[in-house]
Design a protein around this ligand. Structure first.
Ligand code: PLP
Length: 336
C-alpha cells in the first residue's frame, strides 16, 4: 500500500438510518436524520414508478452518457459537450483532481468546508493547502490569491459553502480565474441558493461548476452529480471516468425527476422557507460535543465536527416541519 494513501485521513461519511437506530437503541422509524443534508421529502413519486417499469437492467449503461448529458445540459441551460455526469459530484471532484493534479502539486481549499476535497487530494498524493476562512466564514481573497499564485494547480470553492452557507462572489472567482489555475465552484446547493457562476464557463476554460441531484431532487442514494466545463475538459473527463459510472437506475431517476420538476422545486421552496437546506448552528461555548451526543441518544442525528473552529457548532439539515419541531424540542430539553 502506498504511503500517501496510508497517511490520508479517511472521509467520515454519514451512517445509514438502520446503523444510527442500532447505535441509539431505538426503532428505525424514530430516527430523525438531519446529518447528511439529504432531502427528507424523498425523490419525486414518479422515480419509483419509472424504476419499476424499466426493463433493461441487464444492459450496460451508455459509456458516453449521451441521454444523461443531453438531459442535464437542457436542465442547466448549457450544451451536452460541456457536461459530464458523475457518481455524485463526489466522483467529479476525484476525476478533476486526477486530471489536473500530479503528486506533490498544490490544491487549495478554504476551511471549514466540505471534507471530500481534502480526502481526495490526499488520495492522489496532492499537497493540500487549507486557507482559513475569515470571522464570518467568507473566502479571504488576499490570502487565497497569495496561496493560488504560489504554484497551486486547483482550488475548490463550495458556494453555498458546506457547512457555513457562505456564497463566493463573482469578483473573487474572476480574480482566481485570471491566475490561470483550475477553479472548481461546487454548487451542490444551487437550487436552494439560486446563485450560480455557470454563466462564466464559456469564457473561462479553467472554470468548472459542479452540481448534484442529491440535495434538491432527493436522489442522494442513487448518486448523480454533474459538472459544467470547457469542452476540452469534458472530453478528457469522459475518458478518465470509469466507462459505466452512471447506472441505468440513476439515468431513469434523472429523467423521471425532471418530469416532476415543479413538484421538486415546490419542496425546495418549502425547505428554504423552513430555513435553507442546512444550518450551521452555534451552541454555548464548550457544548458542541455534549449536545451532539445527547441529540443522538434521543434519536436526532446532526453533523458535528470535533475540531476548531467548529467545535461549538452543529450542522443541521432542514427537513420537514415535524422534524424541525422535534429538533427544537430536543434541543430545549438538552440545553435547559
Ligand atoms: C458542497 C458539497 N459538494 C458535494 C457534495 C456531494 O454531493 P454528491 O452526493 O453529489 O456526491 C456535498 C454533499 O454533502 C456537498 O455538501
Amino acid at each position: 500500500m502506498l504511503p500517501h494513501v496510508l497517511e490520508a485521513t479517511p472521509y467520515a461519511g454519514v451512517e445509514p438510518p438502520d446503523v444510527l437506530a442500532r447505535e441509539a437503541g431505538i426503532p428505525e422509524d424514530q430516527v430523525v436524520k438531519l446529518d447528511g443534508n439529504e432531502n427528507l421529502y424523498g425523490p419525486a413519486p414518479g422515480v419509483a414508478e419509472a424504476l419499476a417499469a424499466y426493463d433493461s437492467y441487464h444492459i450496460y449503461p451508455d459509456p458516453m452518457q449521451r441521454r444523461v448529458r443531453e438531459t442535464l445540459a437542457a436542465y442547466a441551460g448549457t450544451t451536452p459537450d460541456r457536461v459530464v455526469a458523475g457518481v455524485g459530484s463526489d466522483e467529479l471532484i476525484d476525476l478533476l483532481l486526477r486530471l489536473f493534479v500530479g503528486p506533490g502539486e498544490k490544491v487549495i481549499q478554504c476551511v471549514p468546508t466540505f471534507g471530500m476535497y481534502a480526502a481526495f487530494t490526499q488520495l492522489i498524493g496532492g499537497k493540500l493547502v487549507s486557507v482559513p476562512r475569515d470571522k464570518t466564514f467568507d473566502v479571504p481573497v488576499d490570502a487565497v490569491r497569495q496561496a493560488a499564485g504560489d504554484g497551486a494547480k486547483l482550488i475548490f470553492l463550495a458556494s453555498p459553502n458546506n457547512p457555513t452557507g457562505n456564497l463566493v462572489d463573482e469578483a473573487t472567482v474572476r480574480q482566481l480565474l485570471a491566475l490561470g489555475i483550475v477553479v472548481v465552484v461546487d454548487e451542490a446547493y444551487y437550487e436552494f441558493s439560486g446563485a450560480t457562476l455557470a454563466d462564466l464557463v464559456p469564457e473561462h476554460p479553467n472554470l468548472v461548476v459542479l452540481r448534484t441531484f442529491s440535495k434538491w431532487a432527493g436522489l442522494a442514494g442513487l448518486r448523480l452529480g454533474y459538472g459544467i466545463m470547457d469542452m476540452s475538459v469534458a472530453e478528457r473527463m469522459l475518458t478518465v471516468k470509469p466507462p459505466y459510472n452512471i447506472t441505468v437506475a440513476a439515468e431513469t431517476a434523472l429523467l423521471a425527476s425532471l418530469e416532476e420538476l415543479d413538484l421538486l422545486m415546490s419542496r425546495v421552496k418549502a425547505i428554504v422557507e423552513e430555513r435553507a437546506n442546512f444550518i450551521l448552528c452555534r451552541l454555548p461555548e464548550g457544548q458542541g460535543n455534549r449536545v451532539y451526543r445527547e441529540l443522538a441518544r434521543r434519536g436526532v442525528f446532526v453533523r458535528y465536527y470535533d475540531a476548531p473552529p467548529l467545535q461549538d457548532y452543529i450542522r443541521v439539515s432542514v427537513a420537514l416541519p415535524h422534524h424541525s419541531q422535534k429538533l427544537v424540542e430536543t434541543l430545549i430539553e438538552i440545553l435547559s
